[in-house]
Design a protein around this ligand. Structure first.
Ligand code: SAM
Length: 252
């Protein structure tokens, strides 16, 4: 089962939902299809480029059996989201807040009492060698820094401390907090490994450095990343451990 299936399976059939950090809206479209035409979906993202891309994808997917989708550019920490939504979803879009308590409280304001959240987030950095191992080796060849992935600041691995996450959610106005583990290796297959690893790394701290590197340097950096993962080699490619969580809670 993929993370997408796992997360979707835990989604209840609420009629109005927000997708926080909706990115290109693939997650929002999943939600809208689940809700059906009587529902309402709102996608929020801090990046206007993402929202433009999302709008194109939604227009192309136009389907009468899905909920209408509204999109809004804004920082979930402070944007006016509205009120009385049944649920707030996020697939890997809530880990980038400067002040998570403020952001979660702002999201809570948009929910009706009893409204729910369901968020997919990454686990601790040291439980995600798919990110750490190739990134470190690639960074060394590029002469780049990976400091952005500090577990203490905003970033994909910001919620490695689950007790702290639980406290933050309580402070922000949630209870009935449940944090489930989803441990499944990330796979790279022999044929497409170099390209796929480049795509993985392009959304991490090496993004710009990799994109700006010439083909030769980029190729050597990616080869170093693949070699560093040799401990996870399989006949078909690589299977590198990954840990994500599905977080659910109810607004008090
Ligand atoms: C890893 S992507 C996930 C996108 C989408 N949910 C998906 O699964 O395809 C994270 C998204 O969160 C957005 N984001 C980061 N910080 C944000 C913030 N403070 N408020 C709203 N969106 C934010 C980013 O722009 C990005 O599109």
């Amino acid at each position: 089962m993929t993370m997408r299936d796992y997360w979707n399976e835990r989604a209840e059939a609420w009629s109005t939902r927000i997708d926080i950090g909706c990115g290109p809206a693939t997650s929002t479209l999943d939600i809208a299809r689940r809700l059906g035409p009587t529902g309402r979906a709102l996608g929020i993202d801090i990046s206007s480029a993402m929202i433009e891309d999302a709008q194109r994808r939604i227009d192309a997917a136009a389907t009468s059996d899905a909920a209408p989708i509204e999109l809004r550019v804004g920082d979930a920490e402070r944007v006016d989201i509205g009120t009385d939504f049944d649920g707030a979803y996020s697939r890997f879009g809530v880990m980038f807040f400067d002040d998570p308590t403020t952001a979660f409280a702002n999201i809570a304001t948009a929910l009706r009492p009893g409204g729910r959240i369901s968020w997919a987030i990454w686990g601790a950095l040291d439980r995600n060698p798919w990110a750490v191992v190739p990134t470190a080796a690639t960074a060394e060849v590029l002469g780049a820094s990976t400091a952005e992935w500090s577990p203490d600041g905003p970033g994909p691995f910001a919620y490695g401390d689950l007790e702290q996450l639980d406290l933050t959610l309580r402070d922000a106005g949630f209870n009935q907090i449940k944090i489930e583990n989803f441990a499944q290796p990330r796979l790279l297959t022999n044929d497409t490994a170099a390209n796929d690893l480049k795509l993985w790394l392009a959304v991490g701290p090496l993004g710009h450095t990799l994109t700006d590197a010439d083909d030769d340097l980029c190729g050597r950096a990616i080869d170093a990343g693949l070699e560093a993962m040799n401990a996870y080699r399989t006949p078909e490619g690589w299977a590198i451990p990954a840990l994500a969580h599905v977080v659910s809670a109810v607004k008090r």
